[in-house]
Each structure stands twice: as structure tokens, then as C-alpha cells.
Design a protein around this ligand. Structure first.
Ligand SMILES: *Cc1c(COP(=O)(O)O)cnc(C)c1O
Length: 403
């Protein structure tokens, strides 16, 4: 037996839990957004946001599933963006528009320019990169999108900085080809009225007018500002492209977005969660009444309890804050998590879910029979949001694509 065949290390394939990704659900969500994006007078580009290891789903698994169905792929890390070109080369696929939303060093920009990957210019540090980029003798100018800070207070040029701080783009057309303009909303998910977002849209259009006058682009700039929530509930924000993250994976950005969508769209689009998380029990056994379970002895069995020890813990991304609140599914029944979630273990009460001590398969996230545990529920028990829960699922977990 080779070392790689023994479970228990990083990427443990034998004893740990695994993630199941539904290819059918992902295709369904892509189609739902495609329908939304093509409902207006002009067809718009549909973009998939694959940052955070594809929202924890696994970039290596998700990229082949979405490549054919979307027009743009968005990343934070340059390294991740480059995997798209490698995938296309390996499979003889046409090149998709790829955009790095995150910070990019001048050295990385040279590599990205050669691969025809777009970058975001969000501050004037790029002016200092001009001599280096010029010396690199790029085969074509770097394709850039200008980020406007319209009210998020994160990266991007503020209204006060325009047009002075973007003049360097106009002065170096051999280095930069400005192809797009973007911004990001601060407050679309947490509310059902979009007053703040509408003010951001006004600021976006004012900034765009400044930029267009200054840069005189050969073609109209590609405008994009909508993430999932705005793509769903704010038709004015759709412009030429949408950057859809969480909802492509089948989740609503928030309950407020869902409420708003019903009002704005009349009919709620159906989103289907792509990810399930399952594991096999390590052991199932009886504990007598009065036994304690877990660190700190925070749980004591009031009656004889059939316990399943699951080889999953906070190391894998199961939140410790969910201790004493969460449940998992076994045989389609809810089973309470007993005591504290540990680094590599959690214990659940399977007294009524099974009738013997044979190993069980538990569903930590997803559906089992009539019951399901949503990412919203588990993140709620842990006092966080589904975005954080998903992106913290361990990269070491096995990810399996199912139909
Ligand atoms: C993460 C992100 C998105 C996607 O947001 P969702 O709410 O997941 O759709 C879009 N644009 C930017 C700039 C982002 O950082």
C-alpha cells in the first residue's frame, strides 16, 4: 500500500466527509439567470463569480460545469483566473471573458495581459506601473475595467477623485485599453427598499459620463454593477453584464431579496442549491442515561441514547458556534448535534433515526428524504451568513459532481 492510499491526511478520501455538487441544479440556476438577463430589449452578458474556491464548491469542479453556460468568469485571485485559460487549452474550448476583481501586482498584470484576462483598475497606484508595463512589451494593451466607489467605501475611485486620478489611463493608450466600468452595491441584500442602491446607480452614471468624456473609448464601455441581489430585484442595474455569485449556486442572497423578487418579478425564480455535504459515521453506539457527551460536558443524556460519532468538525468548516443548536439528517430524520462541535468530530443523537448500530450516512447540508438542512439554517445557528459558511468549507474535502 502506498502512502497516498492511506486515508487521514489532507484530502482524506476515506474517513472524512464529502461534498456533492449537483450538475443539474447548477445548469438550472444558470438557465434561470439567462432567462432573467434576456428578458429586456437587449441581451446581456451573464457572468459567474467563482471567487472563494467557487463559494467553497470547488473551482476545479465548478469551472467545467459553468464554462459553456456563461459569458464572463469573475475571480479575486489572478492565479485562479489563469486556470480558465489552462482549462480552455486542455479541452480546445473558446476563450471566455475573464476578469480579476481583486488586487493585481504589475508582474501579475503582465501575465494576465498575455492571456487576454481583464483586470480592474481601482486606484491610482496603477499610474506607477506604466513604465514597467511598457517595458514588458505586451502583445496588446492590458484590458482594464475602472472601478468606481459609488458608496460601498471599498476599492474604486470616489466621485472626488474623478477625473483627475484617472488621467493616466488616457495618457497611456499603448498600455491600457479601458473596456469596462464597474461598481459594487453596499446595501441591496439587507433591505427591501433600494433607495441607497438607486443613489449608487446615479453616482455610477455620473462617473461613467466623466470617464467616457476623458477616455473617449473606441467602443462603449461594458457597464456592470449587479451581483445576485441586484440582478434579481433591480432591473435598472443590469446594464451589459451581471456578476452572479451566491445565486448561481442556488441560494438567495437574503430573505429580503426573496421578498423583493416576488414583488419586482411577479413570479419567484426557482433556485436549486448545488451543494450537499455528507459523511459516513465513524461509530454508532449506545450511551446509558446520565452519560456526558463532548468537551466541557455540556450535554448529558436524559435517557439511553444511541449516538453517532461523525468524522466532521470545525477543521472541515462545520461551525463550532452551531454546537447545541444544529441538526443533521439521518434516514430523512432530524438528529440533534449533542454537545460541542470538535475539531474533527461531532456527535449526533440517532436514537430514533435508526434501529441498530450499523454505520449511518449523515447529511450535514442538503436534502435527505422530506427533510433538508439549508446553508441558511446552518449559518444561522452559527450566527453567520451562508456566504461565510460555504467559503469556509475545507479545500481538503472531497468534492464529487453528481447529475
Ligand atoms: C462577491 C462579488 C459579487 C457576487 O456577489 P453575490 O452576492 O454572491 O452574487 C459581485 N461583484 C463583486 C465585486 C463581488 O465582490
Amino acid at each position: 500500500m502506498h502512502v497516498e492510499e492511506v486515508g487521514g491526511g489532507p484530502g482524506d478520501a476515506v474517513h472524512s466527509s464529502w461534498l456533492e455538487l449537483s450538475a443539474a441544479h447548477l445548469r438550472h440556476n444558470v438557465a434561470a439567470f439567462r432567462a432573467l438577463e434576456s428578458s429586456g430589449p437587449t441581451p446581456r452578458a451573464l457572468g459567474a463569480v467563482l471567487k472563494g474556491n467557487a463559494y467553497g464548491h470547488g473551482l476545479a469542479q465548478v469551472l467545467p460545469l459553468v464554462h459553456a453556460g456563461v459569458d464572463v468568469l469573475y475571480f479575486i485571485a489572478p492565479r485562479d483566473a489563469l486556470t480558465v485559460r489552462a482549462h480552455e487549452a486542455a479541452h480546445g474550448l473558446p476563450a471566455r471573458q475573464v476578469l480579476v476583481l481583486g488586487a493585481v501586482s504589475p508582474e501579475e498584470a503582465v501575465v494576465l495581459a498575455r492571456e487576454g484576462i481583464d483586470v480592474v483598475v481601482a486606484d491610482r497606484s496603477w499610474a506607477d506601473a506604466v513604465p514597467g508595463l511598457r517595458a514588458a512589451k505586451l502583445p496588446r494593451p492590458l484590458r482594464v475595467h475602472v472601478h468606481l466607489d459609488t458608496g460601498l467605501g471599498r476599492e474604486g475611485f470616489t466621485a472626488d477623485q474623478l477625473p483627475k486620478q484617472t488621467q493616466f489611463l488616457a495618457d497611456a493608450p499603448d498600455v491600457f485599453e479601458t473596456v469596462g466600468v464597474l461598481s459594487h452595491f453596499a446595501n441591496t441584500e439587507d433591505v427591501t427598499e433600494q433607495g441607497y442602491a438607486l443613489a449608487q446607480l446615479d453616482a455610477f452614471e455620473t462617473g461613467l459620463a466623466h470617464l467616457t468624456a476623458q477616455l473617449k473609448p473606441a467602443k462603449p464601455l461594458q457597464r456592470h454593477i449587479a451581483a445576485s441581489a441586484a440582478a434579481l430585484v433591480l432591473p435598472r442595474a443590469r446594464y451589459e453584464a451581471a456578476r452572479v455569485g451566491i445565486s448561481l449556486y442556488g441560494l438567495w442572497p437574503s430573505p429580503e431579496t426573496r421578498l423583493s423578487a416576488r414583488l419586482v418579478l411577479g413570479e419567484l425564480p426557482v433556485l436549486k442549491p448545488v451543494l450537499s455535504w455528507r459523511c459516513k459515521s465513524q461509530v454508532v453506539k449506545w450511551l446509558p442515561a446520565g452519560s456526558y457527551v463532548g468537551y466541557g460536558c455540556t450535554y448529558r443524556c436524559p435517557e439511553p441514547t444511541r449516538l453517532a460519532v461523525l468524522p466532521v468538525g470545525y477543521y472541515d468548516g462545520y461551525p463550532r458556534l452551531a454546537s447545541g443548536k444544529a441538526h443533521v439528517l439521518v434516514n430523512g430524520r432530524r438528529c440533534a448535534v449533542l454537545g460541542r462541535v470538535m475539531m474533527n468530530h461531532l456527535m449526533v443523537d440517532v436514537t430514533r433515526a435508526v434501529s441498530d448500530e450499523r454505520p449511518v450516512t449523515a447529511t450535514l447540508l442538503g436534502r435527505d428524504g422530506e427533510e433538508s438542512v439549508s446553508a441558511e439554517s446552518l449559518s444561522g445557528w452559527a450566527q453567520t451568513i451562508h456566504y461565510e459558511l460555504l467559503t469556509r468549507l475545507g479545500s481538503h474535502l472531497r468534492r464529487v459532481v453528481v447529475e
